[in-house]
Design a protein. Structure first.
Length: 381
């Protein structure tokens, strides 16, 4: 089966690439391992698909493209851009329809297992023995996040077989698993400033604060999440012997000195220190960390103020590929042209979306990137 363009993967980047290439009259097919295309898109944005953001770098291109080529009218909520229906299925269906309307074929149940460069183009072999050939090849297989939606990291192997390097993929936009027993905090939500701190291997230099983010922090029985924590997950790239701590500042609006004065004054006036300032379960938990309170060298509310400004949890890692929303790492951006996303290693090969070493924060930045790279590759082909 000979095509001008073969795209492996029917996520937003692959479908956008296929639509753009087919719109120009190129014989295009999309190979998808799942039984339905765009499966992951149905799960995005809590079922609403936040596909771009007013502040996203390529929203000037992706939002009008979705409107003009896929029939998706945007609706904005605090900068986040959704389809007007607020249903992720609309985006999935619209992208599939855009590719098909342009003339692209979508071949589901076609799991690519190897790709090869031949003199005239590319040969893709599928698990069921089918073989597809094309002049140009687009790798749009995503990363490893949301592994249950068909993303097993196959694209890394394909890219490597065609001369690319791969920066080790780690889960990003994910909750963090704690070493401590935090069962009693299950269900607690609190506004805080979260900071990831890297502790070096024993004997090495001092610890380093890697990044911070403020927002609602959510506790489960063994992990900590919430958008601000998920945005920090990409920092957990482990080096030999290093470990990580998540520090929560439960009063980001006050300095340590202000809090040290504020809590004792509250106790003197109202007969309470922390009461009614934090969820009751969290307040009880803070009291249970007596050793740390004693270590402050202070007593009562003043000691509590110190703990509240730097409440630490030992982090063993992220929750993993099933719950992560994107991948940090992948094919280095330096190995593709920054407009066409054509490989600088293998001419005729294009790499798009999450397979590349790019990951944005929560808020529509990752689908924005997927669409941008798909549109860039498809148009340039
Ligand atoms: C639960 C969840 C919620 C999310 N919510 C949002 C959100 O609201 N906003 C946002 O911006 N981002 C969100 N993301 C991230 C976003 O979905 C991804 O960044 C985006 O889908 C990446 O697009 P892609 O085209 O690169 O790859 P993907 O969407 O991952 O698509 C890759 C496709 O390739 C197929 N494939 C893989 N290997 C093969 C193979 N060997 N042969 C054939 N086919 C193959 C896969 O089955 C898959 O269909 C969310 C992710 C998850 C998991």
């Amino acid at each position: 089966m000979m095509y001008d363009v073969l795209v492996i993967g029917s996520g937003p980047s692959g479908l956008a690439a296929a639509a753009c290439a087919a719109e120009r009259g190129l014989k295009t097919a999309v190979l998808e391992r799942n039984d339905i295309p765009a499966r992951k898109v149905y799960a995005t944005g809590n079922g609403r698909c936040n596909f771009s953001n007013a502040a996203a770098r390529w929203s000037w291109e992706t939002v009008p493209w979705m409107q003009g080529h896929a029939g998706i009218e945007p609706a904005e909520e605090e900068g986040r851009i959704y389809p007007r229906s607020f249903e992720a299925a609309s985006v999935a269906e619209a992208l599939v329809r855009a590719a098909k309307r342009a003339g692209a074929e979508i071949v589901c149940g076609a799991c690519a297992i190897s790709v090869q460069k031949k003199e005239q183009g590319f040969v893709v072999e599928c698990q069921d023995g089918r073989v597809f050939e094309s002049a140009k090849l687009v790798l749009s297989t995503g990363g490893k996040a949301g592994i249950q939606y068909g993303c097993y990291g196959d694209g890394y192997k394909f890219a490597q077989s065609l001369g690319h390097s791969v920066i080790k993929p780690i889960p990003a936009l994910d909750g963090m698993v704690c070493a401590e027993d935090i069962k009693e905090l299950h269900g607690v939500r609190v506004r805080a400033k979260a900071t990831v701190i890297k502790r070096p291997a024993e004997g090495a230099a001092a610890e380093t604060a890697l990044a911070s983010s403020t927002g609602e922090v959510q506790f489960t029985k063994d992990s900590i999440s919430g958008i601000c924590v998920m945005d920090l997950a990409r920092q957990l790239r482990k080096e030999e012997g290093s470990s990580f701590v998540l520090s929560l500042d439960l009063f980001p609006e006050k300095t340590a000195e202000e809090l040290k004065a504020f809590l004792p004054a509250r106790r003197d006036t109202f007969g309470c220190g922390l009461d009614w300032l934090l969820p009751a379960k969290l307040k009880d938990y803070l009291h249970s960390r007596k050793a740390e309170l004693a270590a402050t060298g202070l007593r009562g509310p003043a000691a509590m103020a110190v703990l509240c400004k730097d409440l630490r949890f030992e982090i063993t890692g992220t929750r993993g590929w099933k719950s992560a929303q994107t991948t940090c790492g992948g094919v280095p951006l330096a190995e593709v042209d920054k407009n066409s996303f054509e490989s600088v290693k293998t001419p005729g090969l294009f790499i798009t979306g999450e397979l590349l070493d790019y990951d944005g924060p929560c808020g529509g930045y990752n689908i924005d990137w997927a669409l941008h790279t798909g549109i860039g590759a498809g148009n340039s082909i």
